[in-house]
Design a protein around this ligand. Structure first.
Ligand SMILES: Cc1cc2nc3c(=O)[nH]c(=O)nc-3n(C[C@H](O)[C@H](O)[C@H](O)COP(=O)(O)OP(=O)(O)OC[C@H]3O[C@@H](n4cnc5c(N)ncnc54)[C@H](O)[C@@H]3O)c2cc1C
Length: 407
């Protein structure tokens, strides 16, 4: 049985494994680490709005194998902190896994609405869902002609909704144009709020609005979806949008496993953790990534983002191992907060700081950064133990160099 059990194979869990393995190796120490997840792959979730979602994955064994961390293929079903045991369901049935230190990194999940027709909704929260949406889009040219065949409604104009709407404008045209159906393409962004992307900051909004105009994305603001059927989306103002495709993006919550711990949680279901990412009141349990409400710089709390999940994983793994070795733990710290929002064929927009100040850079530069993030920076190294362990060491302020702007 492992001394350190990491539950979840996303950004936080994978980097927690590397963070723990790095410290244990540096001290030539005997405690062992294992990672429990049902999925053999790391899903590159931030890319799931793009056109080829089946490809956005990295085999976990190519990261964990070289650093000597076994992967246990199972789903955690319960956590008993009194007994220090995780229960799991795997191919061989239920099992119990004792631990000395636990890192909970089971991420988050989209909250699906309950209105009539909600079972018809698509989403891009998981790789399977994003692949199902892509298959559906590819089949549209062969669907019976009629109103709304190439209309996609995107529900929610937050970060994910705006990126999805902007990208879908191009993806739909790529599907429809070869069959001479490009004129039918329409993307409609439906948002309960009266503005697009309120949480993305006032300064970025004009850039986002201009991009959506350029892409022809229609906005229906100040309304909610009341029901969906095979032919239309029905809104709270009594109107209906003919459409056969709705992509739901609104509302994400921490993994339900967080509710199994006798610990404080925030409104997103995230566990309250201390400055070492230890769950408050549970000294043997760490939480990282979308399951943890960790303190970020200047009194802020981390966002549910890859940007924050990655360093949290590194610190949580390091600290769980340091605990066992009787070494000082490292106080969690992260790089200053930034955002990089993809605007599809209209570029991208960068902000910096928690007040989301607009970075006045050429659109091509912002887009080059988004491509670098999505295609390179967030990918772990594979098959190379030294490089994986080197990257598991998080130094604040030492981001990789920016790519040169192109175009
Ligand atoms: C469309 C989209 C776009 C995004 N864009 C951005 C962006 O631009 N920038 C950004 O920083 N972030 C972005 N994010 C958010 C980012 O992807 C998440 O915050 C990040 O993946 C969180 O990492 P995590 O390791 O906490 O969780 P996840 O990556 O969700 O990983 C959770 C892991 O836990 C496993 N797991 C779940 N339940 C169990 C269980 N019961 N037992 C065992 N294992 C379990 C899962 O299989 C998975 O391996 C985006 C997300 C989406 C969906």
């Amino acid at each position: 049985m492992p001394d350190i059990l990491i539950v979840g194979g996303g950004f936080a869990g994978m980097w927690a494994a590397a963070g723990a393995a790095r410290l244990l190796r540096a001290h030539d120490a005997s405690p062992t680490v294992a990672l429990l997840t049902p999925d053999p792959d790391l899903t590159i979730r931030p890319r799931l709005y793009e056109a080829d979602p089946a490809a956005y994955r990295v085999p976990l064994d190519r990261v964990l194998g070289p650093i000597g961390v076994p992967r246990i293929a199972a789903t955690a079903t319960g956590i008993d902190t009194a007994r220090r045991v995780v229960t799991a369901d795997g191919p061989e049935g239920p099992s119990e896994l004792p631990y000395r230190r636990l890192v909970l990194a089971t991420g988050s999940a989209l909250v699906r609405p309950r209105f009539p027709g909600a079972d018809l909704l698509h989403d891009i929260d998981t790789r399977d869902a994003a692949v199902a949406l892509e298959r559906h889009l590819q089949a549209l040219p062969d669907a019976p002609a009629g109103p709304g065949r190439f209309t996609v409604v995107v529900a929610g104009a937050g970060f994910t909704g705006v990126e999805a709407a902007a990208e879908l404008a191009g993806r739909l045209r790529a599907v429809a144009a070869p069959r001479g159906m490009a004129d039918e393409v329409e993307v409609v962004l439906v948002e309960r709020d009266t503005v697009v992307g309120r949480g993305l900051g006032e300064a970025a909004r004009p850039v986002i609005e201009r991009a959506l105009d350029e892409l022809g994305v229609v906005r229906r603001l100040g309304v909610t979806i009341e029901r969906v059927d095979e032919r239309a989306v029905h809104l709270s103002d009594g109107s209906a949008i003919p459409s056969r495709t709705t992509v739901w993006t609104a509302g994400v919550r921490a993994s339900g496993l967080t509710a199994q711990l006798p610990a404080e949680r925030d409104g997103l279901g995230r566990l309250a953790v201390d400055g070492w990412l230890r769950v408050r009141g549970l000294p043997e349990v760490y939480a990282a990534g979308d399951t943890a409400a960790a303190p970020a710089e200047d009194g802020h709390t981390v966002t549910q983002s890859c940007q924050h999940a990655t360093p949290q994983g590194k610190f949580a793994g390091h600290n769980a191992a340091a605990d066992l070795l009787g070494l000082d733990r490292a106080p969690f710290a992260t790089d200053p907060y930034t955002t990089c929002l993809d605007l599809g064929g209209a570029g991208a927009v960068l902000t910096s700081g928690w007040d989301r100040a607009l970075r006045e850079v050429p659109v091509a530069y912002a887009k080059a950064r988004k491509r670098a993030i999505n295609e390179s920076w967030i990918y772990p190294p594979v098959d190379d133990a030294e490089e994986i362990l080197r990257r598991a060491y998080f130094r604040v302020g030492q981001r990789r160099p920016m790519p040169e702007p192109t175009g």
